[in-house]
Design a binder for this molecule. Sequence first.
Ligand code: TRP
Length: 329
Amino acid sequence: MRAGSTADQIEIDVRLTGADGAQMAREVRLGLTGKPKELAPKYFYDERGSQLFERITELPEYYPTRAERAILADCSAEILAAAGEPATLVELGSGSAAKTRHLLSAMQEAGCLRTYVPVDISEEITHETAEALVQEYPGLEVRGLVCDFEHDLERIPNGGGGRLVAFLGGTIGTLSPDARREFLARLAALMGPADRILLGTDLVKEPARLEAAYDDSEGVTAEFNRNVLLVLNRELDADFDPDAFEHVARYDSAEARMDIRLRSLADQTVRVDALDLTVRFLAGEEMRTEISSKFTRERLEDVYAEAGLALGGWFTDPAGDYALSLASV
Ligand code: TRP
């Protein structure tokens, strides 16, 4: 192939500051010295954590990934039509863009596809995905953005012809109500009248099914949860013994969310050298590692309204377990 023949179609803006280590140190210190103790879920996803999460998505108990994929496989054309046939697909947390191909193909078939904007924290995967997609979708322009989108949302390119901003995987559910409102309001501030958000959310259902989805019989989820301790051991020179903590996954029906924690099995002291910090855990003490909110259509309408957005489309899998919704300013 002639040099530059597809490279012309790819442009990737890398906005990693290199200050990520300092930020991690700050956040982990706050989390381990707070009451109750807490860790941010983004630290789950080192290489081993990402592999364990892949395995979670294939577990019989963990339905959300399959349900979301089914909606995209069945409804992408309808979603695109309801979104006004946008020329640009922006994807927050794009990764390998596995699910996104349904949307890109529907855009191609509708004849509206011009630009794909993957936004991801990993530079490597963003480059690989861009290369693969320009081969698969001739003429596609890729304008990638490598950043922590909690900080650099404002750098998303402003394509003409309407943008569909997809935020899939139910990740919005991991934000606290305040952080969620702030995030959606910032997104709303970037949107023009022709732009739409496409948001993936898990839905409220029987607690037993929810709890099983976050505490599988093979113990993969427990392993995934404890993996965050190994990340701290490596990144911050800590000496957590993962076997001294057990995985806890409870549905909190008052808050309509899964509450995921690590419970200390004994009185113990953990040293975090990089923070020059000694942390005491009591036997039975729980440290939150993630919340995962579950929604109803009514509740999501309120969530959107608080951020100045209006729900304009609702797509679920046949079982009604999971929803993709469209929203506009
Ligand atoms: N945020 C995802 C979810 O809510 C990831 C996830 C699945 C997860 N299982 C987990 C996070 C267990 C922590 C622990 O579905």
